[in-house]
Design a binder for this molecule. Structure first.
Ligand code: WTA
Length: 655
């Protein structure tokens, strides 16, 4: 698969050097690479020293039991203290931590670090009062409101492990995650504003509690509900509690407890190659050190910056680059509740103009959708405050990169194309804005202190101009520690392919160009990337097969000009297709119900058979050829060579 994609690589010659003034004053200069390479552990120890520790570590890296690595062993710190209290103690309590912008116009709140400290302390006291203790799991299912950040930090303050579930996920997906991590408390809200109206969240929590495994019934002792929209909610007095009833009356004095550097901080579920999402476990010290360092380095963070990351806190980007990285750095940032085009298309640009945003971080899928609307809308706003633009989540095509730089960045702003994963916790590859001349479409090189390579099937590094698999060749502080309650799957998924070399296998294909810079090409496994969201083909297939009319299903990710990849499903029905008119739409909506709107197939096709090898394995490669309208590849291993042409002759239904 990697080799197929490589032949499509673009010949991109444009280069954008860092602006001289930015380079001269940059937080991180070229010397950092050599310094980190000469003593990696000393480099990361220095990064960790940017945090406040109550007890210093004895050992930077413990690799005695690889791949179960530990960082800053013996050290103790509190993540919430580092993100909030210490800035107040340093005299910066009046600095705005969060410029919160609700979707309804004029619905705004500015929260200073001093106010955030009080609110996090009150929430920590309230949650503790509900019986949550160190190590307990708390599920957070919320819109983009300040209380979501407060809830995460309150958990961190107590050493409770949060698992934030994206608010766009269905009750089924929420139930699976609550079941897997056995959460004791769920924090949610009545709803949030999306596309101009109040959209409910609490009903999904109510449904999820009913859908829990029998063994876990009653596990969730309480549901803490923030009132955001004021919409009606069903109420179970035994379980449900209003946030304002308990948090508003709690004391704002709460002493943060020191946590071991390896105390679990959160579990973030992400799609893998099987139907069951993986619970990625991140711990405290190494994670916070690298999230904070990379945020400071890649955005060249300065005291007068106004930073804005458009990700949702339900994804890892929101964890590392809205909550933990920026707040540990004492940054001032915008947090926006709603959709980019509500109430009008220029909403994002209006927010940048109003708040004089200097550093902006978003995803290629958003950039492409704005590009389609043309430059007139952004051109009518004052975006001259912007200094650095970031991209994350999927490869950014050179065209979108150049549009982003010119139209949004006025041709002045370096673009940082940051490659990383839920598993990596923080950026592993990016050009640095004050050092690297950017190449449109390439994440280029590892951040200082990180070692990546592109290797062939045997683990041998490929030469310049060649492609292969992206690997990380040494451990890094913010790496996942394991999969929640599944050490075997952790070893198997990430460390077995290159066990002999001890390399982390990222699951992405990549190419080194003639200069040795790295271009990430996309997943080489059954994981799709739709609008920067990771989805597993198997997960969607399981959702389809759970419909009573479906006998079998195959799902592929086909390239899509707007969303990067799109979900295309091929389905065999139990009965003849003529008898069930409109079944395509029904099945697509079924996926939407089971997983969430992001997983709904773009196209769904009823087929008589699926292409399979003689051993019965579905050949998704051929289905991808069909979905992308290509000449169908080698069919010689197929059981029935005619089946693909039959499928290709049929018509997919856009759903
Ligand atoms: C893809 C998001 C190319 C990649 C932080 C990776 C990228 C997956 C980039 C992780 C990038 C992320 N260029 N591809 N700059 N950033 N990816 O876990 O396939 O949601 O494996 O983490 O997104 O997605 P995840």
């Amino acid at each position: 698969m990697a080799h197929e994609t490589i032949s499509n690589l673009l010949h991109e010659e444009r280069r954008f050097a860092p602006p001289a003034a930015l380079a001269a004053e940059a937080n991180v200069k070229a010397e950092a690479y050599a310094r980190a390479a000469s003593d990696r552990e000393a480099f990361w120890a220095e990064a960790a020293d940017r945090l406040t520790w109550t007890k210093r570590w004895d050992r930077v890296l413990d690799d005695d039991n690889a791949p179960f690595f530990k960082w800053f062993v013996g050290g103790e710190l509190n993540a919430a203290y580092n993100c909030v209290d210490r800035h107040v103690e340093a005299g910066n309590g009046d600095r705005v931590a969060i410029h919160w912008v609700g979707e309804p116009l004029e619905d705004r709140r500015d929260i200073t670090y001093a106010q955030l400290k009080d609110e996090v302390s009150r929430a920590a006291n309230a949650i503790e009062e509900l019986g949550v203790e160190r190590g307990d799991r708390v599920a957070i299912y919320m819109p983009m409101i300040p209380e979501a950040v407060v809830a995460m930090l309150a958990c961190a303050r107590l050493g409770a492990v949060h698992t934030v579930v994206f608010g766009g996920f269905s009750s089924d997906a929420l139930a699976t995650r609550i079941d897997d991590c056995q959460a004791k408390l769920v924090i949610t809200s009545d709803g949030g504003y999306r596309r101009g109206s109040a959209s409910a969240l609490k009903p999904a929590v109510d449904e999820a509690l009913i859908k829990l495994d029998n063994a876990n019934r009653g596990l969730v002792e309480n549901v803490l509900v923030v009132r955001r929209t004021g919409q009606d909610v069903a109420w179970n007095g035994d379980v449900d509690i209003w946030w304002h009833d308990v948090v508003d009356h709690a004391s704002e004095i709460h002493v943060p407890q020191p946590m071991d550097a390896e105390q679990p901080l959160y579990v973030m579920y992400t799609s893998g190659t099987t139907g069951k999402p993986k619970g990625i476990l991140h711990t405290t010290g190494g994670y916070l050190a690298q999230a904070a360092y990379t945020h400071w380095a890649q955005f060249d963070l300065k005291a007068d910056d106004v930073y804005w990351c458009t990700a949702d806190i339900g994804w890892v980007t929101g964890h590392s680059y809205i909550v933990y990285g920026p707040l540990a750095n004492g940054a001032t940032q915008v947090l926006y509740e709603g959709t980019p085009d509500s109430p009008e298309r220029g909403r994002w640009w209006k927010i940048i103009e109003d708040h004089k945003v200097t550093k902006f971080y978003t995803a290629p899928t958003a950039i492409r959708s704005f590009m389609k609307q043309g430059s007139a809308v952004p051109d009518s706003y004052d975006l001259s405050s912007l200094r650095i633009l970031g991209s994350v989540g999927e490869p950014i095509n050179p065209e979108a990169y150049v549009w982003y730089r010119d139209t949004i960045g006025g041709g002045r702003t370096p673009i940082i194309d940051t490659w990383w994963q839920t598993e990596t916790g923080a950026t592993l590859m990016t050009p640095l804005p004050g050092v690297t001349s950017g190449k449109p479409g390439s994440a280029m090189l590892a951040v200082p202190g990180v070692d990546v390579d592109v290797v062939d099937e045997d683990g041998t590094p490929v030469g310049n101009g060649e492609g292969g698999y992206l690997v990380v060749t040494s451990p890094w502080p913010s790496m996942l520690r394991t999969l929640w309650r599944d050490d075997d799957r952790y070893v198997d998924t990430y460390w077995s392919k290159y066990a002999a070399q001890g390399y982390y296998f990222a699951g992405d294909g990549a190419k080194k160009d003639e200069d040795g810079d790295i271009w990430v090409l996309g997943r080489v496994d059954d994981v799709m990337n739709v609008s920067g969201h990771r989805l597993s083909t198997t997960e969607i297939e399981s959702a389809l097969v759970s419909h009573p009319r479906v006998a079998e299903a195959a799902v592929v990710g086909a390239s899509d000009p707007d969303t990067g990849q799109a979900v295309v499903a091929y389905v065999i029905l139990r009965e003849s297709p003529e008898s069930v008119e409109g079944i395509e739409k029904e099945l697509a909506n079924h996926v939407r119900t089971v997983i969430g709107p992001i997983a709904k197939p773009r196209d769904l096709m009823i087929v008589p058979e699926l292409p399979k090898t003689r051993s019965g394995k579905i050949m998704r490669r051929l289905l991808r050829d069909v979905a992308e309208g290509r000449q169908v590849g080698d069919t010689t291993t197929l059981m029935d060579a005619d089946i693909v042409s039959k499928i290709a002759a049929g018509q997919a239904t856009s759903t």
